[in-house]
Design a protein around this ligand. Sequence first.
Ligand SMILES: CC(C)(COP(=O)(O)OP(=O)(O)OC[C@H]1O[C@@H](n2cnc3c(N)ncnc32)[C@H](O)[C@@H]1OP(=O)(O)O)[C@@H](O)C(=O)NCCC(=O)NCCS
Length: 154
Amino acid sequence: MTMNSEEFSITQATLSDLNQLRDLDRICFEKDQWPLLELVSVLILPGIVRLKVEIDGTMAGFIGGDYHKSEGIGWITTIGVRPEYRRRGIARALMVACEQIMNIPSIRLSVRRSNLEAQKLYADLGYKFFEVWNAYYSDGEDALIMEKINLKND
Ligand SMILES: CC(C)(COP(=O)(O)OP(=O)(O)OC[C@H]1O[C@@H](n2cnc3c(N)ncnc32)[C@H](O)[C@@H]1OP(=O)(O)O)[C@@H](O)C(=O)NCCC(=O)NCCS
């Protein structure tokens, strides 16, 4: 699948993107880097959405989504955009593409309580506060769980 906007296109990531994904993860998530096994898993396991935006041979952004149609709930497990490519709508486009592929009644995600930029992105896209997971992150910060109810899914 390829989706084009004026500046970038969204394509499926594969295992050959592992090094680029590792770099992106390191740059975007100083405090919450994924272990190598999780990075490999998001690139190879079935039932996972893995979309990237590549600009000039560099992975500018990535989104991972985990969903099980039978449960009716999908989770955005990671989204990151390299600092030099932010505020161009890449994260928004990745979220919309991921939601379209999941096509599921409820989509949820976790976000640090202090991450107001990401919360703004999600709120703009229709995600609402769902619940708090106290001290979820390794440094003790709470996770806010946000949810988007998709009334139009098949
Ligand atoms: C959060 C993140 C993914 C946003 O990526 P992005 O490509 O810059 O986001 P977009 O350009 O699609 O922004 C869409 C909207 O989100 C909001 N937003 C995004 N970044 C913002 C910021 N720094 N400050 C305020 N609002 C912001 C705005 O409403 C923005 O719309 P606008 O640019 O028209 O005002 C990116 O900053 C990032 O990778 N951060 C580090 C990793 C992270 O926190 N991931 C989320 C973990 S839960």
